[in-house]
Design a binder for this molecule. Structure first.
Ligand code: NAD
Ligand code: IPM
Ligand code: MN
Length: 370
């Protein structure tokens, strides 16, 4: 296999715990000659702040820019509640997304058959669920200017965040959604708030215009609030959902719970294809955060992290077969009734993070052996 350089950023809380289980899989696939992944590990988030006062160092950013892909754990936690806004752990993640220009965030929500009963919805509503949220990741209210707090003459404070989108930003994320829909069930639902937001009107107009190049894909539009409602009412009506940065953040947490736990959902954040090399910058991370409530207790579910690694194999390393084998291993382990606490439900004794990781590795070995 071709050599690849991966920057590993475990981060805070359960980030490093989940990442350790991916390390085990990489060690094995490298030893077997299935991959030739060279990893470099660095600090991000609160861990980086504690070390050098910034949520990510310039040196780590340089490494991220040079790597074939970045594997990211999670950042944040109550310990850093009072650090300056620009140095808070989450700022490290946002800088990575922005400076690597990772505008397309793919958040698949798949309900594994064995977990249909772990969802907060009735099993028949989520059984076989397979949706893909395509979230715009470098624009919108996350990055729009002005973004500030000003003190008024009367002593009151006024905080401003700006929602802003350009035609280009909307067009390129719509193209990603339409192209991915072609590899799935050929349906895209675009969500915005055109009834109250100028950016929603533009979003709707541009997605509709871009659709002219994808006539074979079925396009529908939904107001984002109604979309949230439909996601919990009848989630299986959706194939691909394309939406902005903030709505995508919220709707993907909703979608995550349909699958049983936030600890199940992976994501890929992709940049534009380089015209000469055909390569895209990419970062892979679970949708969940640092889970301070369970950090350090060996309770974290590493599946979202391992599934993010599988997405890296598929989208950055060109190893779709190995990616599918890792995903099959996840499904098999769940079928075997092996569960961390978040998906155990009643009647199953939960295993620890590392026991789940060991079970996943053993199953990957079995699946690869055929
Ligand atoms: P969270 O995702 O960390 O946790 C929400 C709930 O889900 C918690 O009860 C947690 O125990 C549970 N959970 C999450 N992942 C799990 C896993 N793998 N296994 C088992 N249970 C899991 O969200 P939060 O509590 O709102 O945020 C905590 C911190 O994480 C905040 O600082 C937030 O900004 C940050 N955060 C970071 C990322 C990221 O790094 N990508 C994403 C979301 C939140
Ligand atoms: C996510 C997280 C991040 C976001 C935070 C930690 C900056 O919630 O990746 O979903 O809001 O995008
Ligand atoms: Mn989120």
């Amino acid at each position: 296999p071709a050599r690849s350089n991966i920057l590993v950023l475990p981060g805070d809380g359960i980030g490093p715990e989940a990442m350790a289980e991916v390390d085990k899989i990489i060690a094995w696939t490298n030893a077997e000659g299935l991959t030739a992944i060279e990893t470099d590990v660095d600090l991000v988030g609160g861990a980086a702040y504690d070390d050098h006062g910034q949520a990510i160092s310039d040196a780590a950013m340089e490494k991220a820019l040079a790597a074939d892909a970045v594997l990211f754990g999670a950042v944040g936690g109550p310990k850093w509640d009072d650090v300056p806004y620009d140095a808070r752990p989450e700022a490290g993640l946002l800088r990575l997304r922005k400076d690597l220009a990772l505008f397309a965030n793919l958040r698949p929500a798949i309900c594994y058959p064995a977990l249909a009963s772990a969802s907060s919805l009735k099993p028949e509503l989520v059984e076989g669920l397979d949706i893909l949220i395509v979230r715009e990741l470098t624009g919108g209210v996350y990055f729009g200017e002005p973004k500030e707090v000003v003190t008024l003459e009367n002593g009151e404070q006024r905080a401003v965040d700006t929602q802003v989108y350009t035609t280009h930003e909307i067009d390129r994320i719509a193209r990603v959604a339409f192209e991915l829909a072609r590899t799935r069930s050929n349906q895209v639902c675009s969500m915005e708030k055109r009834n109250v937001m100028r950016s929603g009107v533009l979003w709707n107009k541009v997605v509709t215009a871009t659709h002219a190049d994808f006539q074979d894909v079925e396009l529908s539009h939904m107001l984002a609030d109604a979309g949230g409602m439909q996601l919990v009412r009848a989630p299986k009506q959706f194939d691909v959902i394309v939406t902005d940065n903030l709505f995508g953040d919220m709707l993907s947490d909703v979608a995550a719970m349909l699958t049983g736990s936030l600890g199940m959902l992976p994501s890929a954040s992709l940049g534009a294809e380089d015209a000469t090399t055909g390569k895209r910058k990419a970062m892979y991370e679970p949708v969940h955060g640092s889970a301070p409530d369970i950090a350090g207790q060996g309770k974290a579910n590493p599946i979202a992290m391992v599934a993010s690694f599988a997405m890296m194999l598929r989208y950055s390393l060109g190893m779709a077969d190995l990616a599918t084998q890792v995903e099959t291993a996840i499904a098999n382990v769940l079928d075997a009734g092996i569960r961390t606490g978040d998906i155990a439900g009643s009647g199953i004794t939960p295993v620890s993070t590392s026991q789940m990781g060991d079970a996943l590795l053993a199953e990957v070995q079995k699946v690869v052996a055929g």
